[in-house]
Write a protein of this length. Structure first.
Length: 418
């Protein structure tokens, strides 16, 4: 049995290639079941995200080309279309790789937690498709345990490394309970969407999204039970906002000192937390002079992010040590599995010998033989049956000067060195 994988990720392939090799959730099950029809493949799972696609298999050979050709056939490509972007792993390399992926050490953003959930989805789908067996199933369990240990024993996920996440964490330092606050988000791009997502996860009470294009703001607001307004309506809603996060492409400021000061009067000087993530700025620098405003710019957050990235890199070094240990634990389990067939066969032979001699003993008892004699013959016969083959093999090993076998016999039978 060999563990095999092939894959691409954000480091090895551009988005145009990653798109061609991605697997939508609705086709994962039939794709996995198709993979299991390939000769030599006994177990399979597929991890497919926007940044990576990886196919994991338990196989009867180390021929990764078979796996590559299946990917090509499934995606109606030729293998040469994507082979330059592929990486292939087997056994120890694969185990270490999947542990690192699940722990966020191979991600675009070091230590990001989403990949573990995506890995669990890949496991669940493969399980429902019936394509997981003993080896891949156990590998995934070890993978989840390793990622959890990395999360709990290191600080790899404790510091924000995106401006949106950092902005929300700054807000948590200003307000005791985000669940009682109102957020006004200006813009409708990726950064604002991330900020809305993080705020929503923290239980923010109300989200207002303002954008030049109302329809786009409305679509985004609907995802987070908020409501949309046009930029022209900002003066009417600014006083509602405890938190303002802005990220637009406007060449001129959207909020000036005067409009913010007016909003503060309506709020009766209740503090307002503002984050300007735009370059050029969306909020006039003079707003910072207002005593009841906490204004941060992207540069303020970037310094925090740089410090946090350094912390994550230090944590990643600790995580690698944890992974080293967990890889060895899984390899120990894997090596033990290779002996299972031998142990099963040996026990089966012993049980056959037992059943044969037991049948003779029962027959002797029925024929009136003394019970003590029958038991003695059974014990003597069973001992001879069980020891005959090992004794013969040890004798032959000594005659042939096979000291390696003699040493192994001493260890297997737990005997003292003669």
């Amino acid at each position: 049995m060999t563990l095999l994988s092939v894959g691409i990720n954000h480091n090895t392939a551009p988005v145009a290639i990653r798109e061609q090799l991605s697997f939508a959730l609705e086709i994962l099950k039939p794709s996995l079941q198709s993979l299991l029809t390939v000769t030599g493949i006994s177990e399979a799972a597929i991890l497919s995200t926007c940044n990576r696609t990886e196919v994991y298999c338990s196989a009867h050979s180390t021929d990764q080309q078979t796996l590559i050709e299946w990917v090509a056939d499934n995606k109606k490509l030729t293998s040469s279309d994507f082979s330059p972007y592929l990486y292939c792993h087997s056994d120890n390399q694969l185990i270490r790789h999947i542990f690192r992926v699940a722990s966020g050490l191979d991600s675009m953003v070091l230590g990001e937690p989403q990949i573990l959930g995506q890995m669990k989805t890949a496991y669940q789908i493969a399980s429902e498709a019936g394509t997981l067996g003993k080896h891949l199933g156990k590998l995934f369990q070890y993978t989840f345990n390793t990622a959890k240990k990395v999360r709990t024993d290191t600080a790899i996920g404790s510091s924000p490394v995106s401006v949106a996440f950092a902005a929300v964490q700054f807000a948590q330092q200003i307000f005791d309970k985000l669940s009682e606050q109102t957020a006004l988000l200006i813009g409708a791009g990726e950064t604002i969407e991330l900020a809305a997502r993080h705020l929503s996860q923290q239980g923010i009470e109300k989200i207002i999204i303002a954008n030049r294009t109302y329809e786009r703001a409305h679509r985004l607001a609907m995802q987070f039970n908020g409501y949309a307004i046009e930029l022209s309506e900002l003066p009417n809603h600014l006083a509602e906002a405890d938190i303002v996060i802005s990220s637009t492409a406007s060449p001129l400021p959207i909020l000036g000192k005067g409009s913010v000061e007016s909003a503060l009067k309506k709020r009766k000087r209740k503090p307002m937390f503002m984050v300007d993530l735009a370059v050029p700025r969306d909020i006039e620098a003079e707003v910072e002079q207002l005593s009841d405003v906490y204004l941060y710019t992207v540069d303020d957050l970037q310094q925090t992010i740089d410090q946090n990235m350094h912390s994550r890199r230090l944590a990643a070094e600790q995580a690698e040590e944890i992974i080293d240990t967990q890889v060895e634990h899984f390899l120990t389990w894997l090596r033990a599995q290779s002996a299972q067939t031998m142990i099963r066969d040996y026990r089966q032979n012993a049980e056959l010998a037992r059943d044969e001699l037991l049948a003779k003993a029962l027959a002797a008892l029925k024929n009136g033989s003394p019970a003590e004699d029958v038991i003695n013959r059974l014990a003597h016969g069973l001992t001879n049956k069980l020891l005959h083959t090992p004794s013969t093999q040890i004798r032959m090993a000594a005659e042939q000067e096979r000291h390696d076998l003699l040493a192994a016999a001493l260890e297997i039978f737990n005997l003292n060195q003669p």
